[in-house]
Design a binder for this molecule. Structure first.
Ligand code: HSE
Length: 323
């Protein structure tokens, strides 16, 4: 069956897609909430073409940021996700992926997720499948799990679908896209400290007090409601109320307090780590304010002796897309 399908399928010569960066956790939403970012170049570009040899092979564009990433297809997130797509549609030929990473791995804005969604979507498009992104959800979760050691969807699903996505921590193939107004403006800063997701997950406590778990559950519920309403001040308030994860991870980032304080003093509604850090983000209701917040956050980090780069962006409404 699979060989017939492969022969019948009209294969494109090559397909190029862009997988965007994303924020995850957003304070109380550990492994549960993520937001797709729209900032020029902040994401991975993957070109895919068919090969006669079966399986997936990978090369890295030297102008990108992926020099240290594994080329072994069984350990590369884009390749693992692509392989899962091939397996799912029963195609027997192989695929080559050429990856250009737009930002450094280990930054906290979904590097492995950007690769996984770009790898999966490029191959999905290459083999002539539909525009249905739900078809690759399993594949992108598989790709992400290779990098982080855990099958969580709070970066990959926003990077796949765009916008704000709520995903079950225990059943990550269950998700909901949450519609939000398009006025949200975001400052994202990347301190020059590398924190690997596996390491930042390993330091989390295996058990937490019931009162803190309940607090977080209610904070997340209030925050989602505020997101839907576009009440950014309220979102910012709840974003900073995580009691389970961020207080532990903040210890990995020496400039954490200084940057957070600077963001709030510059007028941000809230500021938090994204994912496992070290990146922090802050929210505002217009780009000019977000720009002032970004500048203040960068200044604070430099004063604390840590190099940093920052961006101002909006929410990417679409997620991974063909170029
Ligand atoms: N939710 C994940 C974490 C995101 O915070 O560990 C990083 O992959």
């Amino acid at each position: 069956v699979s060989i017939d399908r492969a022969v019948e399928r009209r294969l494109e010569a090559s397909v190029t897609v862009f997988g965007p960066a994303s924020l995850s956790n957003l304070g109380p939403g550990f492994d549960t909430l993520g937001l797709c970012l729209d900032a020029v170049g902040m994401g991975d570009t993957v070109e895919a073409w068919s090969t006669d040899a079966p399986g997936v092979s990978v090369s890295m564009d030297p102008e990108g940021f992926g020099a240290d990433l594994p080329m072994d297809p069984s350990r590369n997130t884009a390749a693992v996700a692509a392989q899962a797509v091939l397996r799912g549609v029963g195609v027997t030929h192989g695929v080559h992926l050429r990856i250009r990473k737009g930002f450094l791995p280990g930054s906290g804005i979904g590097s492995s997720a950007a690769s996984a969604v770009a790898g999966a979507w490029a191959v999905h498009k290459l083999v002539g499948e539909t525009e249905d992104k739900a078809a690759v959800v399993d594949a992108v979760l598989e790709g992400e799990s290779i990098a982080s050691g855990s099958r969580h969807g709070d970066n990959v699903l926003p990077a796949l679908f765009g916008g704000l996505v709520l995903v079950s921590a225990s059943e990550p193939t269950r998700y909901r896209r949450i519609p939000i107004p398009d006025t949200l403006s975001i400052a994202v800063v990347l301190p020059q400290v590398q924190i690997l997701t596996k390491q930042a997950r390993a330091i989390l406590p295996p058990q937490v007090p019931l009162r803190d778990a309940v607090h977080n559950a209610s904070a997340l519920a209030f925050m989602i409601d505020a997101f839907r309403a576009g009440d950014w001040a309220e979102v910012g308030r709840w974003m900073m109320r995580d009691r389970l994860v961020e207080p532990v991870r903040a210890t990995l980032l020496p400039c954490y307090e200084a940057v957070r304080t600077a963001a709030l003093e510059a007028g941000a509604f809230g500021c938090a780590l994204t994912g496992s850090g070290p990146a922090l983000f802050a929210i505002a209701d217009d780009l000019a304010r977000a720009e002032a917040v970004r500048a203040a956050m960068e200044e604070a980090s430099r004063c604390a002796g840590i190099g940093i780069s920052g961006y101002v962006c909006r929410v990417h409404p679409e997620g991974v897309c063909a170029l």
